[in-house]
Design a protein. Sequence first.
Length: 349
Amino acid sequence: MNDDGNLRAVRFGVRFPPAVSGKDVAEAVVLSERKGFDIAWIADSQLLWRDVFATMALAAVRTERIGLATAVTNFVSRHPSVVASAINTVNELAPGRVLLGVGTGDSSVKPLSMKPSTLAHLRDSIDMVRGLLRGRFHDYGQRSSKLRKPVGDVPVHIAASGPRTLGLAGEMADGVLTLAGISPEILASTRSAVQAGAERAGREIADLDFTVGAFCKITDDIERDASILKPICLHLATIGAQDFLRTAGIELPPPPTVPDVYPDMVHAEDWDLAVEHASRYVTDEMAVTFSRAFCLFGTVEEILGRIHRAIDLGATGFYLRHVGNYTLPLELIETFGDEIVPRVSGVPA
């Protein structure tokens, strides 16, 4: 429910990797606003893309309604006080439309040989950011400092897939962004982990946003198009997510490192090369199974069916991704904006 006690409508968001000029990303965000999307999630990885907060600022001054979110930033490569100042700047440009998506760190952290945040560090960092945005002093060693002229609170969503991080989201976040796909079995277990965290903190899970992430493509030929998902499927095996894959009947042991793919399998600069290498481990049949169990790949009616099942399982929003890290999701915006969003818009979450 919202603050007035009314049912919330399901919200659709699109992930934008800022791999081109910030002006071009802002233009694409304008298009997504025009097509009825609710949130523009701007990806953050300092070695792969343009700066997330500068890009958000450009989008903020070009749009009027759409929400703007980090997807997602971290507190390892960015100090929490830096994050607080940056998100405060964007919130000043687009008051009430800004969301801070955070995580333990992935492609921003690993290429620097830095360790991702522990859950304790993530918790403390979120507390620090919230305090600074509320005008409070924070102790830094022998000094006590505050953020000058904060413009107000910003909702914090935690990106998570494992049970401990999902539980932390339930305990303290305003929302959770799930990264394990749209399989009903995974959604049920994911929501259960979030609910357990909420109950530990004396909270109601209904008060949290529950945003489901999925790779998307409208197609009437899954067998032809599912192969582009092979690197993503292999990546899950690489990070130890065999249990997720097993729920769909995919048995995929952890593969060896593939050094030919830079910077890694899921962020590959050459996606065709990544597909070629992933095909040594992921069969065509596995890719099709993966697309149907975890993704929004298929015909319009098939995709709508999966979306409504996810809503029935508690989803309040969707984080839609195209396959690609260095192009803008223009096809996704056009096709989902025309064929999917109007048919779900206004449905209560």
